[in-house]
Ligand binder design. Structure first.
Ligand SMILES: Nc1ncnc2c1ncn2[C@@H]1O[C@H](COP(=O)(O)OP(=O)(O)OP(=O)(O)O)[C@@H](O)[C@H]1O
Ligand SMILES: [Mg+2]
Length: 492
């Protein structure tokens, strides 16, 4: 890709960017949220048309009009945001737009061919998913694996992975890396976007770093260190990855007793969270971490058990009731459950705290502007204005808006499911700071994360879930990753 430029209203997303990917290598693309990584890839994939520049594949100039053309000509892409037909099954999603026919002369779709092809591909890639499973019934991580298998199924020369691991478990990440390595051995060129430094240094041959829509550097991965990458990305030195912890843990605030879910494996979970405490929740995927938060917040049905806030029983039968009881929750799948795509930043920021902006019977635009401005500043959200549609922001910046939304509800108990997923290193620090500030103000924060260093760096205590049950509780100051992993495997 040579001299690629792309402007959106109010944003120069790409400014003369170059990228050259060698056959049989993994090329990492890095940069802060909003740097232009996804946009560059969408120009390649035919989702956006570039304003200027040239793209060559095997020496031949290409300019795809849409993603179908890209797929037919050797370029596949796993998008940052899953966009699947959730009510259809796995194989329908795999073959959408290219269903195998019963026979040349018969345009009907052959279910059996589709099943056999899916099964064969899954076997080859060692993906253990039933091709007939309905998408919505599977955890996000498995859906992501389906998306990855789909991209591989086109036998492309170039495969783009835009943050493929943001919702994968550690095991699945290893699995993906095996797939990527075999694609590399077959001579594929792989473009890999991720905010996880450790991954980048492990998997990539070359690294290209972008900042504010511009190309900054391309280097062999071997010559780069984590600090060097961060410096190139952020444009300054970043000394600490975690802020100073100065929250004071006080009296019990939230008490959960024998919580058992109706429709998931969550069973008999009891714990106490204190005022001013950041309580981490660790565990493997499927261990019930998300379900625990969902049951507390009332977006999943409780079978039995009790929840107390300040010693008073709360029912939390729905999100609305929970909000009223001063609970707030940032969900794991923000795209599906948190974003009003065509509404602007202000609406998306203020929607859950409208009673704060009342002016008599009306909503005060001025108050909403002020709150939104606070969110944008606190989180350093990259947006042209408050009236920008949220769906035009980069993935990481959309998340910052949603996080600001929940902070503005001024909850007593803040439930966060993977709060820094897809957020760049610099912005992570700010989010940690906000979490600790909440704790310092005397709130209780429950935080699920798959990144163990993050739990150790931010939390006071960590609950470890395993097989739907509470396997143990550790003090973040005096524990190790090994101890947590051992507990996480207790009921598997
Ligand atoms: N469809 C669009 N309309 C308007 N602006 C857009 C659109 N798509 C992207 N942008 C803007 O282009 C810039 C680059 O966004 P892009 O999604 O490429 O960032 P990114 O590097 O992928 O970030 P992240 O790590 O958060 O995914 C951002 O400022 C974003 O707001
Ligand atoms: Mg992106």
């Amino acid at each position: 890709m040579e001299g690629i430029c792309k402007t959106f209203p109010g944003v120069k997303a790409l400014d003369n960017v170059n990228l050259s990917v060698r056959r049989g290598t993994v090329h990492a693309l890095m940069g802060e949220n909003g740097a232009g990584k996804s946009t560059l890839m969408k120009c390649l994939f035919g989702v956006y048309s570039k304003d200027a520049g040239h793209i060559y594949l095997d020496g031949k100039e290409i300019d795809f009009k849409n993603s179908k053309e890209a797929l037919e000509n050797g370029v596949a892409m796993v998008h940052q945001e899953l966009n699947q037909a959730l009510k259809r099954n796995v194989m329908d999603n795999m073959w959408l737009g290219r269903f195998p026919k019963v026979a040349k002369w018969c345009p009907l779709t052959s279910e059996s061919k589709m099943y056999a092809a899916t099964k064969a591909l899954f076997d080859e890639l060692e993906v253990s998913v039933d091709p007939k499973m309905i998408m919505s019934r599977m955890p996000v991580s498995q859906r992501q694996m389906v998306e990855i298998a789909k991209a591989v199924s086109f036998h492309s020369k170039i495969i783009v992975f835009d943050e493929p691991t943001s919702s994968l478990t550690e095991q699945e990440v290893e699995h993906l890396f095996r797939i990527i390595n075999s694609l590399r051995d077959k001579g594929c060129g792989i473009i890999y976007i991720s905010h996880k430094m450790e991954e980048i240094l492990r998997i990539s041959d070359d690294v290209t770093i972008m900042r504010d829509g511009q190309w900054i550097a391309t280097r062999p991965a071997k010559e780069l260190t984590m600090n060097e990458i961060i410096r190139l990305m952020v444009g300054r030195e970043l000394t600490n990855r975690y802020p100073e912890k100065d929250n004071v843990v006080g009296e019990p605030m939230l008490e959960v007793k024998n919580l058992t879910a109706e429709y998931s494996a969550l069973k008999d979970v009891s714990f106490v969270a204190r005022k001013g405490e950041v309580l981490g929740i660790a565990g493997l995927d499927g261990s019930g971490r998300t379900e625990l938060l969902e049951n507390i917040f009332g977006i999943a049905t409780k079978k039995s058990g009790e929840i107390y806030l300040h010693g008073k029983r709360v029912m939390n039968r729905s999100a609305r009731e929970s909000l009223k009881n001063k609970f707030a929750m940032l969900t794991e799948e923000r795209r599906a459950t948190g974003i009003f795509g065509i509404r602007d930043i202000q609406a998306n920021t203020c929607i859950s705290s409208l009673n704060r902006y009342k002016n008599g019977p009306f909503l005060s635009d001025k108050k909403m502007k002020k709150a939104t401005e606070w969110g944008i500043q606190a989180m350093r959200t990259k947006t042209p204005s408050q009236s920008t549609q949220i769906q035009t922001l980069s993935g990481g910046n959309q998340q910052k808006v949603i996080l600001a939304r929940w902070l503005l509800t001024e909850p007593e108990v803040l439930l966060l499911d993977e709060p820094t997923r897809g957020i760049d290193v610099g912005a992570k620090y700010e989010i940690y700071q906000l979490i600790l500030n909440m704790a310092k103000e005397g709130k209780t924060v429950l935080m699920v994360s798959s990144e163990m260093p993050e739990l150790l760096g931010v939390c006071d205590r960590i609950l470890v879930m395993s097989g739907g049950r509470l396997a143990g509780e550790v003090d973040a100051k005096n524990t190790t990753q090994e101890e947590i992993m051992t507990l996480a495997a207790k009921y598997v």
